[in-house]
Design a binder for this molecule. Structure first.
Ligand SMILES: *Cc1c(COP(=O)(O)O)cnc(C)c1O
Length: 370
């Protein structure tokens, strides 16, 4: 039987070792209103200007998009004071993660990520034949010493989500600098700053300065989170010129679609919508953290648009079902090695109140049964 199985095309060995990424649920079990709080989407949705640009782009669907996404890269360059050649756009930052891994990893290489880091990293590492090396964390936070301890001559890439999803914790800029300083010049440090816009801490930086100064740092950003354009799949990388060149060689010639380019460009021009999204998070993230603590569950301090909530041993699955039955969709965390936690995305005012009310109800059941 074994022989028969071998008589078919086989993917490279790393591919068969991958657990496919499983996205957050999007349906609830209850019959009333549902609140999807499982994928860190913006409760405000996209800017109306972005929606309008998307609709206008319908008139151009018969044409190929600009393969270089020039108007968007120009808008990003002027917004952030960057140079155009150092920006590469992708179909979500997910695609850019794949492209960077594909460009820099080969069979037998190693790439490091931290224990509760974003689960797309091990996928893109294994998909390219490399070995994923996991660095332990302290207090659910990436640890520079633990990462540096694992660097070897085979380490080609280090992935750091900062802030990290799903923990919501972050590394101060001086720690990121220390991480970079400890890496060989031939190891690429990838800073995934998907939640950078939400961070209020003065000691945080997404990584622009490091990319501008060194040859071995890349920063990824996305329109999926604060800009509310997750459905369009658009992200960007700020890279040293030689990295941009490598990624440009292997990416699809039209990897970013026309409506996405138009909508993202319009989104960048809507400063007031952006401001509203950030202020909404500034108001509701601390409120949710406080209310969850008052109910009696622990939360990990978060600087993103989501919160990791810890339940007593064995109770997270029960909490998830209880909340689902009330239309509240959260993210289970078993795959991240956090089986007793659920991740909650900051929702609309109504969703946040509904969540806290339901969590309070659930706490009563935990109190009586365990
Ligand atoms: C959401 C998220 C992204 C963004 O992915 P897109 O492909 O741009 O939608 C990237 N990294 C992390 C850590 C995320 O949580």
């Amino acid at each position: 039987m074994k022989d028969i199985l071998l008589l078919r095309p086989m993917p490279r060995p790393g591919v068969l070792a991958i657990d496919a990424y499983s996205p957050g649920k999007s349906t609830a079990t209850g019959s009333g209103t549902t609140y999807k709080l499982s994928s860190n989407e913006s409760p405000l949705g996209p800017s109306p200007k972005a929606v309008n640009a998307f609709k206008q782009a319908a008139a151009e669907l018969g044409r190929y998009p600009d393969g270089s996404a020039t108007i968007l890269r120009e808008a990003l360059a002027s917004r952030y004071g960057l140079s155009l050649e150092n920006i590469v756009c992708g179909s979500g930052s997910d695609e850019l993660l794949s492209l960077v891994a594909q460009a820099y990893l080969k069979d037998g290489d190693e790439a490091i990520y931290s224990a509760h880091g974003f689960l797309v990293y091990p996928i893109v590492i294994s998909a390219n034949g490399a070995r994923a090396i996991i660095a332990p964390e302290k207090n659910l936070t990436a640890n520079v010493d633990e990462i540096l301890k694992r660097v070897s001559a085979k380490t080609k890439l280090v992935f750091l989500a900062n802030p990290n999803n799903p923990t919501g914790t972050y590394l101060r800029f001086d720690e990121v600098r220390r991480l970079h300083a400890g890496l060989p010049k031939t190891t690429l440090l990838l800073l995934d700053a998907a939640y950078a816009e939400y961070v209020r801490q003065n000691d945080y930086e997404a990584g622009v300065e490091l990319v501008s100064t060194f040859d071995n740092v890349v920063m990824l950003r996305t329109f999926s989170k604060v800009y509310g354009l997750a459905g369009l799949r658009i992200g960007w990388a700020y890279c040293p010129p030689h990295v941009a060149e490598a990624v440009n060689r292997i990416r699809g010639a039209f990897n970013v679609n026309g409506p996405a380019i138009a909508a993202a460009t319009a989104a960048l021009s809507d400063a007031s919508h952006f401001q509203r999204a950030v202020e909404h998070n500034d108001r509701w993230l601390p409120w949710l953290a406080r209310e969850v603590s008052k109910i009696g569950f622990k939360v990990t301090p978060s600087v993103g648009n989501f919160l990791l909530i810890h339940f007593p041993e064995g109770k997270a699955a029960e909490a998830d079902s209880f909340l689902l039955a009330r239309g509240l969709i959260l993210r289970r965390m078993e795959v991240y090695g956090l089986a007793n936690a659920l991740r909650l995305t900051v929702g609309s005012e109504e969703a946040n109140h509904a969540f806290i009310a339901a969590l309070g109800e659930f706490a009563k059941t935990v109190g009586s049964h365990g």
